[in-house]
Write a protein that binds this ligand. Structure first.
Ligand code: UDX
Length: 450
């Protein structure tokens, strides 16, 4: 059975969801207020870099249509997904203005009773609120259910087709809406995931709790890594031993490094902390999780300074080769990227000559697509965005690896060293062992990896 599905929001979640549903044969209409984005999509071009997305967009193009107009977008809709952004407000709370405005527009434009699925990460209670907003604008019956997404950037298509679980939050009597959603997913995903049908608030909390727990694992291992660094204990061995416990698991987020970034972990933790404050419960662990993550920038900076000092070099006099800008490999997304925060710290800390290379953010998109942060804007004269790794390493004194792209894991260290002026390497994602770097002639620092 194929359905007419409308998706509001053609961003990382909405576009990936729409293209995957289209690939399964459903008729998808993507609605987005961004005219540029819709124009690109109408020309078959993906506005975002996500491995495999462009190919799938081309392959499924006949099942896809794009519009900025809600009346047009909702004309034949049998079900509507809301997949718009919920960024952080200054006080950490989730900014719901985009989901609210999308809900109002849906209410005004809907032409029949509708099931509305909220895919956007949203605070507890948002589902009910959206239902009230939509119902206030239409005479048709509205039922809002929550279906949080668990897609990781860089592997979003795989994660969509092979979900661990599909969480559906609905009112007890909303069985029709739940059955419809189960049918749509069962006819799309390529594995047999568990469906967890629960109440809306539990579904909303599952999303926040999952992301917060994943980030907690990262800050746990990073805090331990700072101690292991002092004890000359190899944190990668410690993580390996931990993952062998089936209650921790081999996929646990225990890779020590520069910490987490992205458009989810930082904002979801802030939103959960803000929710706790609002209801009088201080979430002490999560407050620490964010603080530890933030502290990694200073820790990394101190590693760079220590290595330079040991070689009688001064940050203001050296050429830095800075590798990786995206918040993780296989994405062009630099939102809340720890690499960018470290770059800002280097510039503020005296660096005058930084050559930057990132396989996608610079090479594929060029600098114009890279959103220069406010702090970086005043340091642009110190930065050179290079199109190749060689250009960035040429005559460099020190390499700083900030994002563990596959391209960096396979570099010919001996060849790179030949191009450099000095032989310093700060590996902030523990891509190489210290021994391997030393055998290749480098003097290096990393995050507690021998
Ligand atoms: C995350 C969740 O994984 C996903 O389920 C949710 O839907 C959206 O948020 P994403 O932010 O795209 O996905 O990337 P993820 O792979 O989770 O990595 C997040 C950050 O943690 C990255 O900066 C990554 O470098 C970092 N990380 C991850 C670590 O530092 N160590 C780890 O062991 C794992």
């Amino acid at each position: 059975m194929k359905y007419n599905i409308t998706i509001i929001g053609a961003g990382y979640i909405g576009l990936t969801t729409g293209v995957c549903f289209a690939n399964a044969g459903h008729k998808i209409t993507l609605v987005d207020v961004d005219k540029e984005k819709i124009k690109m999509l109408e020309n078959g071009k993906s506005p975002i870099f996500e491995p495999g997305l462009s190919e799938l967009l081309t392959e499924s193009f006949s099942n896809l249509s794009f519009t900025t107009n809600y009346d047009e977008g909702l004309k034949n809709a049998e079900i509507v997904f809301i997949a718009v952004t919920t960024p952080s407000k200054i006080n950490g709370e989730a900014d719901l203005s985009f989901v609210k405005s999308a809900s109002e527009s849906i209410g005004k434009s809907m032409k029949s009773d509708l099931v509305i699925v909220n895919r956007s990460t949203a605070p507890i209670g948002t589902g009910k609120m959206l239902e009230k907003i939509i119902q206030s604008k239409t005479k048709y019956k509205v039922s809002v259910i929550s279906c949080p997404e668990f897609l990781r950037e860089g592997t979003a298509i795989h994660d969509f087709f092979y979900p661990d679980r599909i969480v559906i939050g609905a009112e007890k009597n909303d069985t029709k809406a739940v059955e419809l959603l189960e049918k749509i997913y069962s006819s799309t995903v390529k594995n047999k995931p568990e469906f967890l049908v629960t109440d809306i608030k539990s579904a909303e909390m599952i999303k926040y709790a999952s992301n917060s727990f994943l980030a907690t694992q990262i800050s746990f291992i990073n805090e331990l890594a700072i101690l292991c660094d002092k004890l000359n204990v190899d944190i990668t061995n410690v993580a390996k031993g931990m993952k062998m416990d089936s209650r921790i698991g081999e996929k646990a987020f225990l890779n020590a490094g520069l910490g987490y970034g992205g458009s989810c972990f930082p904002k979801d933790i802030k939103a959960l902390i803000a929710l706790g404050k609002k209801f009088g419960k201080k979430l002490q662990i999560l407050e620490k999780v964010n603080k530890i993550n933030d502290s990694l920038i200073d820790f990394a900076f101190s590693k760079i300074k220590k290595l330079l000092r040991k070689n009688n070099l001064n940050l203001s006099e050296v050429k830095v080769c800075f590798l990786g800008l995206s918040f993780k490999p296989n994405t062009d997304d630099t939102r809340e990227s720890q690499a960018i925060k470290l770059l800002e710290k280097l510039c503020a800390g005296g660096a005058k000559n930084i050559h930057i290379y990132d396989p996608v953010v610079v090479r594929k998109n060029g600098v114009e697509n890279f959103v220069i942060t406010k702090k970086l804007k005043k340091h642009m004269a110190k930065l050179l965005f290079c199109k190749t790794l060689d250009e960035a390493c040429n005559k460099a004194d020190i390499i700083v690896l900030a994002t563990e792209w596959e391209e960096f894991k396979t570099i010919d260290l001996a060849a790179i060293k030949k191009q450099m002026k000095t032989n310093l390497f700060v590996d902030l994602r523990n891509v190489f062992s210290k021994n391997h770097l030393s055998e290749s002639g480098f003097d290096s620092e990393n995050i507690a990896r021998e």
